[in-house]
Design a protein around this ligand. Sequence first.
Ligand code: AR6
Length: 184
Amino acid sequence: MQIHINHVDISVSVGDITTWQGDMIVNASNSGLYGGGGVDGAIHRAGGPQIAAECALIRQKQGGILPGEAAVTTAGKLPYLGIIHTVGPIWKGGGAGEAATLAKCYINSLDMAIVRGAQSIAFPNISTGVYNFPKLLACQTALSTVVQYVSDRDSRVLPLKTIAFICFEQDNAKLYEETLKSYM
Ligand code: AR6
């Protein structure tokens, strides 16, 4: 399903993000950009070793990235303008600013996509796997952040036309669909 806000489509679907068709995809990485399991593993496997090689360069240059930040690499064998690697917060009970950090992941990723002229971007459900962020709060944070981001900008100069949330799990997809409906 999808909604349309300020000339931007915001959609939700179930699937593997590495098969999504569009300009840029976001990876839920770690601070060292080391590659790992979950969506990170899927993106590195599908894109090939060139992605890890560029992650190593970023590590050498700036020592990785902090939770909430983002960095761009090549997409390797994947047909995208690039991969945006962001690092979600590890859930520690909610008192450590986790929701604000998660919101920053979405904002910084969208900023990077716009700088590269992307017209479409896909996000996984950052932090809701190994990092254990509660799924409903993660969904509410992701959607409210993205809706606010799109609403605050002048659509005449915004290259982005599509923001897709790709849920790997049905329960996340259900939460996203229900929450998205509240913005209709
Ligand atoms: N496409 C879309 N979403 C996926 C895919 C896929 N192919 N595979 C898994 N997911 P996680 P995190 C979903 O654990 O919680 C890594 O090892 C998954 O169902 O990938 O941010 C990194 O290296 C879940 O909803 O990321 C870090 O060390 C969501 O992606 C750490 O995990 C995020 O789950 C980051 O943890």
